[in-house]
Design a binder for this molecule. Structure first.
Ligand SMILES: NC(=O)c1ccc[n+]([C@@H]2O[C@H](COP(=O)([O-])OP(=O)(O)OC[C@H]3O[C@@H](n4cnc5c(N)ncnc54)[C@H](O)[C@@H]3O)[C@@H](O)[C@H]2O)c1
Length: 363
């Protein structure tokens, strides 16, 4: 196998490995380690299948697995409950049983969707995440949050359902569009702020060129995954500490909703949200403003957005719909210092509007 790095998540439902590899080589043997299964269904989108399905199929054929592909529409708007019916039907037509295995080949949309299908068909069958975007490698494939969207809200229908394995073949990132790289790096930056100096300092030297070098990528992904695995292992169902992974997401989700999920990717919205959270952290917890300057410098280096022209009152309205809120209060993850996050901070509306206005003035 072309193994580059390895990590582990331990939860009450068992443990699973996260393998970072050069390519698909070794995936077949890893699947065989999962307790005996009957069939393998690969849920993916056509675009990714055109690039990688035959390579994946060849790898699985080597260990006598004949995968059955199921294609879904892979846009965020298609990660919708309505698309589940046809997938359930295709699985049933192909005689899915309790020992079947689902393999999610794609970015976070495919991963969340396929994971949700795995969690619900026949009251739950096993699944494997094979992430093909940077965001999916560093974030969505790990931790078992699976969901689909409802008409009135993103990720509204879902559950916690851990995969049996995460197998990330990094060669697939070579075809990733520029915008998607930025999206992934916003989450990498978030993880570095939560992790502390070693991770964050490495990002201070980042450029658009060196960020894609394999050795650097391995570092960013490994550090992100080890942070996320540790937090998920401690708090798999987000009853407490796992909430810190939402740093930047309160404002990020509000921006996505304000823009009707157009114009900016999830990661770009989160990167703007990170800056809002840093300003709030300065004003409320006395965080050193130098950190914000450093973060913005990194964002500029990567051409990631760090501000947006937005009406602060409207932003606030959209924030109130965030499913992470309790009742009417708006909750924020804030930083006391680099690597020291606190969650469940109820922040007053005036403070939020003030922070948004300060952010708009950043040069
Ligand atoms: N479950 C979680 O914990 C979690 C965490 C963060 C985000 N998410 C979810 O993840 C989703 C976003 O995921 P994403 O950023 O990976 O986006 P995505 O899945 O929409 O993929 C982005 C784009 O890249 C394309 N693509 C994927 N892999 C490719 C490759 N190797 N080469 C070329 N093109 C490729 C896709 O077709 C798509 O157009 C959102 O729905 C978000 O809610 C979930």
């Amino acid at each position: 196998m072309s193994l580059l790095a390895k990590n582990k998540v331990i939860t009450e439902t068992g443990e699973y490995e996260i393998l970072l590899t050069e390519n698909f080589s070794g995936l077949g043997l890893e699947l065989l380690k999962i307790e005996s299964f009957t069939k393998v269904f690969v849920i993916t989108e056509k675009k990714i299948a055109d690039l990688y399905y035959s390579e994946l199929e060849k790898e699985l054929n080597q260990v006598s697995i004949q995968p059955i592909p199921i294609f879904i529409k892979g846009k965020e708007k298609n990660k919708h409950i309505s698309q589940t019916y046809s997938v359930y039907n295709q699985l049933i037509q192909n005689q899915v049983d309790r020992k079947s295995l689902i393999l999610a080949l794609g970015g976070g949309v495919v991963g969340d969707f396929a994971g949700f299908i795995a969690a619900t068909i026949l009251r739950g069958i096993r699944y494997v995440q094979v992430p093909t975007t940077l965001l999916a490698c560093v974030d969505s494939s790990v931790g078992g949050k699976v969901a689909v969207n409802a008409d009135l809200g993103k990720n509204m229908i879902g559950c916690f359902y851990q995969p049996s394995l995460v197998f990330a073949p990094l060669h697939t990132l070579k075809t990733l569009p520029k915008k998607e790289w930025k999206c992934g790096f916003a989450e990498v930056l978030k993880h570095s702020l939560l992790a502390g100096e070693t991770f964050f300092n490495k990002l201070k030297n980042i450029t658009r060129v060196n960020c894609r070098k394999l050795e650097n990528l391995i570092f960013y992904i490994t550090e992100s995954v080890s942070l996320k695995s540790k937090i998920v292992s401690e708090d798999p169902k987000e009853n407490g500490k796992r909430a810190i992974l939402n740093l930047g997401h309160t404002m990020g989700h509000a921006i996505e909703s304000y823009l009707n999920y157009k114009r900016l990717t999830h990661g770009e919205a989160v990167s703007i949200g990170l800056v809002t959270a840093l300003i709030l952290s300065e004003n409320i917890l006395g965080l050193n403003p130098e950190l914000r300057e450093e973060v913005i410098w990194i964002m500029k280096n990567l051409s990631i957005p760090y501000k947006i022209k937005i009406d602060s009152k409207l932003a606030l309205e959209h924030m109130k719909y965030d499913k992470k809120n309790r009742g009417d209060s708006i909750q924020y993850v804030l930083l006391k210092a680099l690597g020291e996050a606190t969650y469940g901070n109820v922040v007053h509306e005036d403070e939020i509007m003030k922070a948004i206005e300060i952010q708009k003035q950043i040069k």
